[in-house]
Design a protein around this ligand. Structure first.
Ligand SMILES: Nc1ncnc2c1ncn2[C@@H]1O[C@H](COP(=O)(O)OP(=O)(O)OP(=O)(O)O)[C@@H](O)[C@H]1O
Length: 489
């Protein structure tokens, strides 16, 4: 649909675009990314003919762009730029009617019924119908943007060139407009070439992206190109992390501001306080910890300051544990949005807390254990709903800086240590009469201060992994023994 061959062009004596080749297919959503001044707008101006092509070619639907008449081009391409050229006191509807101009026939160029229907449709789609008789100058920046997009769509183009189409729009309208463009692209085969500054929006909506740097395309490809952190850091000169969106398989970019990169060390042993009673255990850190957990609240990899283990009745109806736990935290003024929360029917008096230092790195673990619902995960017996006091809840805090990989490693190390306790104590799954590997509802949390050197591994082949194993093993052994003693009474 759009073919750019060895394109050179720009302003008077300076070529800004310095030899570009690019092909965009019909029906594609292509996002043009790049830092300020990299040449994005210049490329648009070369495509629209506002700037002369010095060398090379731009071909639209097999024909060189220079061979199109103005009217032919207006039927093919419509443009939404940042420069609002509407200075007259037109109403919204009058502005949109300008978009129909290339399609009007005859000398008088009057709006037909079909033109009017098309205008109503685009106003409806862009949610601006209620401004139709309002003067353009009297609407907000975001509303103006939607009106100009409606005008561009009213033109029924095959190609839509958009320069920052979501500038001025709030998140609701940003997503509405982009969803609308996606819909047009998928339903009518509209080709979209959009300049975007928001890399995350580009990742969510574009089929392919082009990364422009100093007038040259550094990279063209699928949105996974945005996972190349080093390249983004170099081009934008910002500390970035590329993560995966939790719902769609697309990268999302997170920026780290300069002021947090400086070290501000704190003493681990003085960085928390613990409240423990028969209702809950609450460990509060004064700094947020990087966490990995399967807690009812705060699951996955997060940052949290509050770590809780709430006591519930052994016949607790667990139909909405998240809500119940939030309510419990509210009762005790614990902010659940900064918390990892677990539940247990184990008597909290039997909590075991242990500390250890591994090569100068302090660790602290808190375990509550019951094994009434012990399960051997490898047997084929059905899992019965838990009816006994039987959960091993582990909270492990380490004064170290783990990568996400090390967090997973550490999680494995702590789990292996728990399994070994059950093995050594010959705790059995009552269904299969085989050695249990855990209970049916175990919870585990690792919290890291992220101080000091980055630790990439924390598995059983590392000193850190062994330290986790030994500490968790020791504390879990003690906690299970306390439980056994209590039930034997
Ligand atoms: N009218 C002009 N005359 C001469 N040079 C210009 C003109 N407009 C822009 N330039 C130069 O061309 C280069 C590319 O500008 P362009 O507007 O294409 O960048 P951009 O990638 O769109 O940037 P931004 O993200 O800031 O909009 C810049 O170095 C700029 O100074």
């Amino acid at each position: 649909m759009i073919k750019i061959e060895n394109l050179v062009g720009g302003y008077k004596n300076t070529p800004i675009i310095k030899g570009m080749d690019l092909e965009i297919e019909q029906g594609e959503f292509f996002a043009l990314l790049g830092p300020n001044g990299s040449g994005k707008t210049t490329l648009f101006k070369l495509i629209t003919g506002q700037l002369p092509i010095r060398e090379g070619k731009i071909i639209l639907s097999g024909k060189e762009i220079s061979s199109y008449s103005k009217l032919e081009k207006a039927k093919k391409v419509s443009v939404l730029t940042q420069e609002i050229q509407v200075s007259f006191d037109y109403t919204v509807e009058e502005i949109i009617s300008l978009g129909r101009y290339p399609h009007q026939k005859g000398m008088l160029k009057q709006l037909s019924i079909a033109d009017q229907k098309m205008m109503s449709d685009v106003m409806e789609k862009t949610k601006i119908s209620h401004y139709r008789y309002t003067p353009f100058r009297m609407i907000s920046g975001g509303e103006k943007q939607r009106v100009l997009l409606a005008k561009a769509l009213a033109q029924e183009p095959e190609i839509l060139l958009l320069d920052e189409p979501t500038n001025h729009l709030d998140i609701n309208h940003t997503f509405q407009i982009l969803d609308l463009l996606k819909e047009q692209q998928q339903e009518t085969g509209l080709t979209v070439l959009a300049i975007l500054h928001d890399l995350n929006i580009a990742s969510l909506y574009a089929d392919r992206i082009g990364l422009l740097e100093k007038g040259k395309l550094l990279e063209v490809g699928g949105v996974d190109v945005l996972r190349k952190e080093e390249q983004l850091k170099k081009v934008y000169e910002v500390e970035v992390k590329s993560q995966s969106h939790p719902v769609v398989p697309k990268p999302q970019i997170l920026m780290t501001p300069g002021h947090v990169i400086t070290d501000n060390p704190f003493d681990f042993n003085k960085s928390y306080k613990i409240v423990k009673n028969s209702t809950y255990i609450h460990v509060q850190f004064f700094q947020a910890l990087r966490t990995i957990s399967n807690g009812v609240i705060g699951e996955g990899i997060q940052w949290a300051k509050h770590f809780c283990n709430f006591h519930v009745d052994k016949h607790y109806d667990c139909s909405n544990p998240k809500k119940d736990l939030q309510e419990k935290m509210n009762t005790y003024d614990i902010p659940y949005e900064q918390a990892v929360g677990m539940m247990t029917a184990v008597n909290l008096e039997d909590m075991v807390m242990e500390t250890k230092e591994i090569e100068g790195i302090p660790m602290m673990v808190i375990v509550t254990a019951g094994i009434g619902n012990a399960v051997d995960i490898t047997n084929e017996y059905a899992v019965h709903p838990s009816s006994q006091i039987g959960t091993i809840n582990t909270m492990l805090f380490i004064d170290a800086h783990f990568t996400d990989g090390a967090l997973v490693n550490g999680y494995m190390s702590a789990t292996e240590a728990k399994v070994k306790v059950l093995q050594d104590l010959q705790i059995k799954d009552p269904e299969s009469d085989t050695i249990a590997t855990g209970t049916s509802t175990d919870a585990l949390l690792l919290g890291l201060t992220q101080q000091g050197e980055v630790t990439p591994y924390a598995g059983s082949g590392t000193v850190m992994g062994k330290g986790i194993g030994q500490l968790v093993y020791h504390a879990t052994m003690k906690a299970v023994k306390k439980y056994l003693k209590r039930v034997q009474r």
